[in-house]
Design a protein. Structure first.
Length: 159
C-alpha cells in the first residue's frame, strides 16, 4: 500500500527537504516520460487523457449490387455524420458527368446495421452498437410501389 509522504513533526526541516526533493523528482520524471504513465494515473493527476483525439471508426458498407466500400467516421458520430461520410466517398469516386440525386437515394433507401434501419439521424452510432470494423448495408427504405401510390394520392388530392 502506498502512503502519502508528508513532512514529519520530528526533524521537520530534514524530512521537509527530503519530501521536497522526492516531489521534485516525481515532477521531473512525469514531465519527461509521459508515455510510460498509465492512463489511470494521468486521470488522477488531472491530465485530460479522455480528451485526446481518438482513432476514427473504419466501417464497411455493402451496396445494393453486393460490392462494398470503406468509410471512416469519428467514434462520436451521429447517423447524420455517417450519411455525410457515405456521400463524401461516393462524390469523391464519381466522375464529373455522374450526378447522384441524394434526395432520391435517401428517399428510397437507408443504411441498415444488424437488421435495424438507421432512420434517426440524431442517434449516436456508438449507442446503436456500431463498432470499428462493422458492416452496414443499404436497404430499401420504402417500397417503390408505396411511393408510386403516395404520388398518385397527392395528385388526386391536388386536383
Amino acid at each position: 500500500m502506498l502512503e502519502t509522504c508528508e513532512p514529519a513533526a520530528a526533524n521537520h526541516h530534514y524530512h521537509h527537504e527530503l519530501w521536497t526533493k522526492a516531489n521534485n523528482l516525481c515532477v521531473s520524471i512525469t514531465s519527461h516520460s509521459m508515455s510510460s504513465i498509465s492512463p489511470r494515473l494521468l486521470i488522477k493527476k488531472g491530465f485530460a487523457y479522455h480528451k485526446m483525439p481518438q482513432q476514427p471508426l473504419n466501417l464497411s458498407v455493402i451496396k445494393l449490387d453486393g460490392s462494398t466500400f470503406e468509410v471512416q467516421v469519428p467514434r462520436t458520430a451521429t447517423v447524420a455524420k455517417l450519411i455525410e461520410a457515405v456521400k463524401d466517398v461516393f462524390d469523391q469516386s464519381a466522375h464529373d458527368d455522374e450526378m447522384i440525386s441524394w434526395s432520391h437515394v435517401w428517399g428510397h433507401f437507408c443504411l441498415c446495421y444488424n437488421g435495424e434501419k438507421l432512420l434517426d439521424y440524431k442517434a449516436y452510432i456508438r449507442l446503436i452498437g456500431i463498432k470499428d470494423g462493422d458492416q452496414l448495408c443499404f436497404v430499401r427504405h420504402r417500397s417503390v410501389k408505396y411511393s408510386e401510390r403516395e404520388k398518385r394520392r397527392a395528385m388526386i388530392n391536388y386536383e
